[in-house]
Design a protein around this ligand. Structure first.
Ligand SMILES: *Cc1c(COP(=O)(O)O)cnc(C)c1O
Length: 363
């Protein structure tokens, strides 16, 4: 199967007991499996890749990604299945988005088949690292960096694709509980024509001071508003947002429309479908800060939550801005939020039928 990858098994892979120790307490993103994939790009083509021991990369100090930030990444998960196998959740979507990010940063396209082949080969070799419990997964982190040893500002001619994996426990070990958010009126994440739609490293660098400001205000996370009108809600940190409305016996979930500045989350896309499956209405449209405040005050909006691959679904329990603050659903996990979360986790863990063909069987 691994026709495009040369496989060199690690000579210091952890023993079964050392791996069990490493996996006893799973934080997010701190423990890495025994292997990784690297595929270099040069002379206008992807070269022979390698599946080999996880370890440091060797980079020239003049590598252009270190200076000018041609760097993109992805994140998706592999889950243990009830039949003992392992399956990934919508990896083709991540492969396609990886290429959209690459195009925006003037980086080369990586065939989605190669992206998926690399993931399947790594997961298969390191399958003992896939955690077994519900809420746990093997988190896959693909990335691409520019490696030209050249200080001129232009698209690099050489790149490196890297893929590694990390066994992940529940993102919030205390279980699902609501977060408090700070609406950032001082910083913007993304402007029209910028890189907000791309999963590029620089977007995260630019978000860190806003996140620090949210924490100074006693909040867990920052909420971004649009750069032009400074009034429409966009995202929460690195997650998409949903708002739940209950009116006349009807449940409607609303999420900000993809305006060109939002990151098109695959969890967001999947939840729009799951909402339909659960008999909820869904809408993609703009929602302003004032409308959020007024709809909570009037009782029309009963819940709000954020979603993304890493943390799945996180309820928003309290909102602070410069001029007001409010609590949503008594700072409790709401029933619609939890039904959506259970619906998604059921498909991912293979306990609910995968009616949309989202799971990709790996091994
Ligand atoms: C990755 C990301 C998301 C969530 O995307 P998923 O595909 O659901 O994981 C949302 N917002 C930002 C800014 C992101 O980088």
């Amino acid at each position: 199967m691994t026709t495009h990858l040369t496989v060199t098994p690690s000579t210091n892979a952890l023993s079964d007991s050392a791996r069990a120790d490493a996996m006893r307490v799973l934080a997010f993103g701190r423990t890495f499996t025994d292997h990784m994939v690297t595929i270099p790009y040069r002379d206008g083509a992807w070269q022979q890749g390698e599946l080999k021991a996880y370890g440091p990369l060797s980079l020239d100090p003049s590598a252009s990604s270190l200076h000018y930030g041609q760097a993109i990444f992805e994140g998706f998960k592999a889950f243990s299945q009830p039949d003992g196998g392992v399956a990934t959740f919508r990896p083709d979507q991540n492969g396609a988005r990886f290429n959209r990010s690459a195009a925006r940063l003037a980086m080369p396209d990586l065939p989605v088949e190669l992206f998926m082949e690399a993931a399947d080969a790594l997961i298969t070799l390191d399958r003992k690292w896939v955690p077994q419990n519900v809420g746990e997964s093997l988190y896959l982190r693909p990335l691409m960096i520019a490696t030209d040893p050249f200080l001129g500002v232009r698209p690099s001619l050489e790149y490196l694709f890297v893929l590694f994996a990390s066994p992940a426990g529940a993102y919030f070990p205390q279980g699902v509980k609501p977060v408090t958010v700070w609406i950032s009126e001082d910083y913007v994440r993304a402007a029209p024509g910028g890189t907000g739609e791309a999963k590029c490293a620089g977007n995260y660098a630019a978000s860190l001071v806003a996140q620090a400001q949210a924490q100074e205000k006693g909040c867990d996370q920052v909420v971004w508003i649009d750069a032009v009108h400074r009034k429409y809600i966009e995202e929460m940190g690195g997650m998409n947002l949903f708002f739940v409305y209950q009116e006349n016996g009807k449940t409607t979930i609303v999420t900000p429309e993809l305006s060109g500045t939002l990151l098109a989350g695959i969890t967001r896309l999947s939840l729009l479908q799951i909402a339909k499956d659960l008999g909820f209405e869904s809408e993609e449209r703009k929602i302003s800060i004032e409308q959020w405040r007024d709809d909570v005050a009037s009782g029309r909006m009963t819940e709000a939550f954020a979603c993304g691959t890493a943390a799945v679904i996180t309820p928003v329990g309290h909102v602070k801005a410069k001029s007001f603050e409010m609590t949503i659903n008594n700072f409790e996990n709401g029933p619609v939020t939890m039904a959506m979360r259970d619906g998604l986790l059921g498909i991912q863990h293979g306990t609910t039928p995968d009616t949309h063909g989202w799971m990709h069987k790996v091994c």
